[in-house]
Design a protein. Structure first.
Length: 211
């Protein structure tokens, strides 16, 4: 089963990808992890990516696609994989297609911008140990204090409303057009990201994937 997870930042792609990959026994591959691994292993494409990262520049599409193609040839991907964070644009999707990378399903987590803002602005992170909480869904026992180490809970800059809305604007402009791209190919499945629990969303995804 070869799957792409799409959805706006904060839709729960990473969480769902981790659970579904365990259920199906296939790896989740995220762009960030792939880049770091390729750089660490010193592969030709990894070294190319490193030169852009060291210069503080965005890694170009052809390098990203090279790293993805390289990663998908590893033995743990033989039975399938879940891609999280790539493709981000139509150009990347087209390049993957041109490289002969095929998918069985593209799962799009659907959730409104306002729900995302509410969800992300409620996140809190422990400044000491990095444990994460949510003031509504996973509140700490004592407000503003980490259950694990007693550290102070803070809002990450990424989770502030203004930043979240900026990231959503980028998603709508660059990544959302992928839904139409994959719908034309008969691969798109939409799943509500508004379910009351993570488990209900997982069940809906597994049902769509026929698992």
């Amino acid at each position: 089963m070869k799957v792409i997870f799409l959805g706006p930042p904060g839709a729960g792609k990473g969480t769902q990808a981790a659970i579904v990959s365990k259920a199906l026994g296939i790896p989740t591959i995220s762009t960030g992890d792939m880049l770091r691994a390729a750089v660490k292993e010193g592969t030709p494409v990894g070294l190319k990516a490193k030169s852009y990262m060291d210069a503080g520049q965005l890694v170009p599409d052809e390098v990203i696609i090279g790293i993805v193609a390289e990663r998908l040839e590893k033995p743990d991907c033989a039975k399938g994989y879940i891609l999280d964070g790539v493709p981000r644009t139509i150009a990347q999707a087209q390049a993957l297609e041109d490289a002969g990378v095929k998918f069985d399903k593209v799962v799009s987590l659907e959730i409104s911008d306002d729900a995302i803002v509410k969800r992300m602005s409620g996140r809190r992170v422990c400044a000491k140990c990095g444990a994460t909480y949510h003031i509504v869904n996973i509140p700490p026992k004592t407000e503003g204090v980490c259950d694990k180490c007693g550290g102070e809970l803070t809002i990450r800059a990424d989770d502030k409303e203004e930043t979240v809305r900026d990231r959503l604007a980028v998603y709508h402009k660059e990544t959302e057009p992928l839904k139409a791209f994959y719908q034309q190919r008969g691969l798109l499945c939409e799943v509500s990201g508004n379910a009351p629990s993570v488990q209900e969303t997982t069940e809906a995804i597994l049902k769509l994937l026929g698992a």
